[in-house]
Each structure stands twice: as structure tokens, then as C-alpha cells.
Design a protein around this ligand. Structure first.
Ligand SMILES: [Mg+2]
Length: 366
């Protein structure tokens, strides 16, 4: 592909109200999902888009993200768009951390290069091994009855994988699981996410009791920094234990895999700093015999679209991915993907396969 210089990095805010303003998990609640859309443009007129995700529990708030992206602009503008590795190395040299800001730039770079080549994004990862993935939807913390009602609504729309958010009170949490299993029947796959809410001993007790309701997987039962506690829960629980917050970097995932602290890892593009690092993390898991999948992409369709290309290119993704949360968010600036009967299809058009809605494209800053 002929070289073309990157001539601009522009960004605009992406504030998406939640359909359910009372949506809550163990670490907090807010009525909106916030982030930034990053656009890279080359001198020949091509563009690529990425999403910077404001997730305070992973260290990123929206105002700081804007400053980080502006700060990193000098490492990107003026470079040849083909020099992906060079640009990503320069981002790491310019600033330590800031994975969500770097992820937006990384995704925009990959999208830009795929569009200039005229190929779908997955071709840059070696091509697709599947053309769709089952999607898991997340149930916010509410009363057992309310959660069971919401679970049934999702099942009636075709979903076969659900995640139950729990908050650390063992008896109440077991009641949530029991109510949901009773309402949806035996054919629906259920997982748990405690978002660090349990002590080690409570996690072992809770998961022991929940296991009678046939739970496939339990995510991040204990504190982000308690690697030994996480390892103990993994040894003691009959349920597959997955790290999410504790898998906050490529280095974390190396430690989790090499010490076999967990059975599985939730890979997320924003927390890992982009598609390149997520791909590398998947290879580390494969080498160690640890399961992995693409975890919750909460935000614009442009983020889920990037993730579905990776999910469909990685042979080791054997479980439902969490790429449908855009369905419960309003005012998405992007369109072009939808969940059908519980599955997300791999887009076949160029780049990520999503596009700005016409009214957003007409009014956005350049
Ligand atoms: Mg999680």
C-alpha cells in the first residue's frame, strides 16, 4: 500500500444516555456512558475512527481522556499511516499508561489502514475464522425479581447468554441467581460478575452455593490487586474463574497466565490499550492454556465493531462475547451493526464496517 501521511487527529465527545438510568453494578452507577470519538485522516482523504472509553473503575475519566488524547496527538500527526508499530511505540514512549486514550488511536489507525487497503478490519488480523459470535448481555443489579424479569425479556429477544451482576452480599446474590435460573429455564447460559465485591472466603461460599444453578463462569470475585486471593478462589471453586479488572494490562495477563491464577481472562480493547495489545494478550493466553474472550465493550457501536473483527479472527474465542451493550445506550453517533437473535455478525464492508450517522457526519468538528 502506498504511503500517506496522517494530517489530522480530531475528537468529539460521545455522551450516550442509558435506556435505564438506574443501571448499576457493584462499583457504581451513572445515567450516561461517556467517551470520545477519535478520527485520524490522511493526506489522501482516508479516515479511521476509534472510541476512547471513560471507565472510572479502570482509571479513566472523560475530562482526563481528552487531555491525554490531545497530548498524544504529536506522536501521530505527520507520521506515515502504514507505520502502525512505530506510532504505537511512540505513544508508549510519550506517556506511560493511558490505555483508553491509546486504544482509541490504535483502533482509528487499524480502521484507517483497513479502509485504505479496501478490506474488512479482520483481514489485518489474519482473516476471519467465523462469521458471527453469540452475544452475552449483562443484567444490572436490582431485586431478584426485577433481574429475572429483565432476563426473560432478553431471552425472548433471542439471547442465550446472560451475565448476572452481583454486589457482595452472599444470601441476596444467591437469591438473584436462583430467581433468574427459575425464570429463564435450563437452556440459557448464566455467568456472574462480582466486580471485586467479595472477600476471598465469601467468594468461595457464594460460588459454591451458586454452582447448583449451573453457572458457566464467575468474573472478578475479589479485589483487583489480590492475585493470591484470586488464585485461591480458582483452586476452591467448581466454577470457571475469569479475571477482568485484574487483567488490566498485557503484563497483568502474563502474570495471570504464567502463574495460572485464573481459568480465563476477559480481554477488553480499552483497558489493554488497543487491538494490537488485545491480540498479543490472546496469544499469551493461548500459549498458557488459559481461556479468553472479548469482554464488555460498553459505548458506541464503533467500539463493538472493532471488537467483533478481533473476536471473529481469534480461534481461541470459545464463549459468548459481550459486544451488544450498545443496544441499551441512546444517541450512538455510529450505525451499521445490530444484534440479530442473540448473535452479532461480522461486517463484510471495509474497515470496522460501521459509519457515522448522516446528521453527526454533517455537524462534527474537523
Ligand atoms: Mg467485569
Amino acid at each position: 500500500m502506498s504511503a500517506s501521511k496522517i494530517v489530522s487527529l480530531s475528537l468529539f465527545p460521545c455522551i450516550m444516555p442509558k435506556e435505564d438510568p438506574k443501571w448499576r453494578f457493584a462499583l457504581g452507577a451513572s445515567p450516561t456512558t461517556e467517551g470520545w470519538i477519535v478520527c485520524l485522516a490522511t493526506e489522501d482523504g482516508a479516515e479511521g475512527f476509534g472510541y476512547a472509553s471513560a471507565t472510572a473503575h479502570m482509571g479513566a475519566v472523560n475530562s482526563a481522556l481528552q487531555g491525554q488524547i490531545e497530548y498524544l496527538k504529536n506522536s501521530v500527526v505527520g507520521q506515515d499511516c502504514n507505520s502502525l508499530e512505530l506510532i504505537l511505540r511512540n505513544l508508549d514512549r510519550a506517556m506511560r499508561g493511558a490505555p483508553q486514550a491509546k486504544a482509541a488511536i490504535d483502533c482509528a489507525l487499524y480502521d484507517l489502514n483497513a479502509r485504505r487497503l479496501g478490506v474488512p478490519l479482520c483481514d489485518l488480523f489474519g482473516g476471519a475464522v467465523r462469521d458471527k459470535t453469540p452475544i452475552l448481555r449483562i443484567l444490572a443489579i436490582k431485586t431478584p425479581d426485577e433481574m429475572a424479569e429483565q432476563a426473560l425479556k432478553l431471552v425472548e429477544r433471542g439471547y442465550r447468554y446472560l451475565k448476572i451482576k452481583v454486589h457482595g452480599e452472599v444470601a441476596e446474590d444467591v437469591a438473584r441467581v436462583a430467581a433468574i435460573r427459575k425464570r429463564v429455564g435450563d437452556d440459557v447460559h448464566l455467568t456472574i460478575d462480582a466486580n471485586q465485591a467479595y472477600s476471598v472466603k465469601d467468594a468461595i461460599v457464594a460460588l459454591g452455593r451458586m454452582s447448583e444453578f449451573n453457572i458457566d463462569l464467575a468474573e472478578q470475585p475479589v479485589h483487583i490487586d489480590d492475585m493470591d486471593g484470586l488464585a485461591l478462589v480458582t483452586r476452591m471453586s467448581p466454577i470457571t474463574i475469569e479475571a477482568d479488572e485484574s487483567a488490566g494490562s498485557l503484563r497483568d495477563i502474563y502474570e495471570l497466565a504464567s502463574r495460572r491464577i485464573v481459568d480465563a481472562v476477559s480481554l477488553k480493547i480499552p483497558k489493554l490499550g488497543g487491538l494490537r495489545n488485545t491480540l498479543a494478550a490472546a496469544r499469551v493466553c493461548e500459549a498458557a492454556g488459559i481461556r479468553y474472550r472479548l469482554g464488555a465493550a460498553v459505548g458506541s457501536r464503533v467500539l463493538s465493531a472493532a471488537a467483533i473483527h478481533l473476536a471473529c479472527s481469534l480461534p481461541g474465542v470459545e464463549y459468548a462475547c459481550e459486544l451488544g451493550e450498545f443496544e441499551r445506550l441512546l444517541d450512538d453517533p455510529f450505525e451499521g451493526i445490530e444484534i440479530e437473535n442473540g448473535f452479532l455478525k461480522l461486517p463484510t464492508s471495509v474497515g470496522t464496517g460501521v459509519r457515522l450517522r448522516a446528521e453527526v457526519a454533517a455537524s462534527r468538528p474537523r
